[in-house]
Write a new protein. Structure first.
Length: 328
């Protein structure tokens, strides 16, 4: 038996319960991992509230690091005793140990500690596919402007640094002057406080009226219309989250009126559909973190038993960088 966080119904942070659950042996294509640290992500809130469907009762969490305890038949890239980290698989990483599909697990390099491994996988792999795969039709070249909302969050701070390494001029938005300063310190070329400024007007000013080639938007409803106004002709609107609520229905004709724009709704797990693609993305992430181009900022640490407070802080936008849940 291990300690795990579960929900029996959808709702606020108060529905998160710490319970004892059994952990069995891994079957074909599975491993059992003993967690050392667990990543917290906004997608966990979507599952908790019911915005994303899940079976109840059930666990939350999609990211963690730890040590492999047992390996099921057919798993060849991991062995007992390996340090590993993962993102994806069925929700349930808020626990001491679990059996999980081995597809998305990767060996954690010795140069990367467990806390960093737990904090970086989902957010770092998300930044990877955004900057390297979700690209506008005209491509991205060094010197190009891109707009990234929530630039002081876990994904945002990684994207700021990675964009700088790629030679891109990232314009970041955040909800306070302090968060804007953090984005600038981590590689953003410009930062806009969208609580006090019209971000669309500022983007036009920064780009000399041309707009950006691509907008990366995890905020959703509150930034949607302004984001479309930031794009240059044939620009790409990449929606990958709904922190302020789902984007309402819109008439496709607006895309033509604003410059023959493209819109895509991306999810990380489409990009991680195979073992080969997952490992290739992870290797790229490990290289930039171990090489120092990208530093993983862990702004908050909470004990597993304090998961309710961790969710309150996340939803109140009181966090910067990554949040992890720690184990004794």
């Amino acid at each position: 038996m291990v300690r795990a966080v579960q929900i029996r119904q959808h709702g606020g942070p108060e529905v998160l319960e710490l319970v004892d659950v059994p952990v069995g042996e891994p079957g074909p294509g599975e491993v059992r991992i003993r967690h050392r640290a667990i990543g917290l992500n906004f997608i966990d809130v979507y599952f908790r509230t019911g915005l994303y469907a899940m079976q109840l009762p059930g666990g939350l969490g999609s990211e963690a690091s730890g040590v492999i305890e047992a390996v099921g038949p057919g798993v060849t890239h991991l062995a007992v005793g390996d340090r590993a980290a993962y993102a994806g698989g069925p929700p349930g990483s808020y626990c001491e140990a679990r059996v999980v599909p081995a597809l998305t697990l990767c060996r954690l390099p010795d140069a990367i500690d467990f806390d960093t491994g737990a904090a970086m996988m989902l957010k770092g792999l998300t930044a990877h596919y955004l900057l390297k795969k979700a690209r506008p039709v005209e491509g991205l070249e060094p010197g190009d402007f891109v707009l990234f909302h929530a630039a002081a969050g876990g994904v945002g701070l990684i994207a700021c640094q990675w964009a700088r390494a790629l030679g891109l001029q990232l314009i970041g938005t955040a909800g306070s002057d302090e968060k804007c300063a953090l984005a600038l310190a981590n590689g953003a070329a410009h930062a806009i406080n969208y609580a006090s400024e019209d971000f669309a007007a500022r983007v036009r000013e920064i780009t000399g009226g041309k707009g950006v080639k691509v907008v990366y938007d995890s905020v959703g409803k509150d930034t949607w219309e302004g984001s479309l106004s930031c794009l240059r002709p044939f620009g790409l609107m990449v929606s990958f989250g709904n922190a302020s609520g789902p984007v309402p229905p819109f008439a496709p004709g607006i895309l033509g009126a604003k410059g023959s724009l493209y819109v895509t709704r991306q999810t990380l797990f489409t990009h991680m559909a195979t073992r080969a693609s997952t490992q290739a993305m992870a290797d790229d992430l490990f290289d930039v973190v171990a090489g120092g181009q990208v530093k993983i900022h862990i702004g908050q640490r909470h004990a597993l038993a304090d998961v309710q407070q961790a969710h309150r802080d996340l939803e109140a936008r009181k966090t910067t960088g990554c949040t992890i849940l720690t184990l004794p």
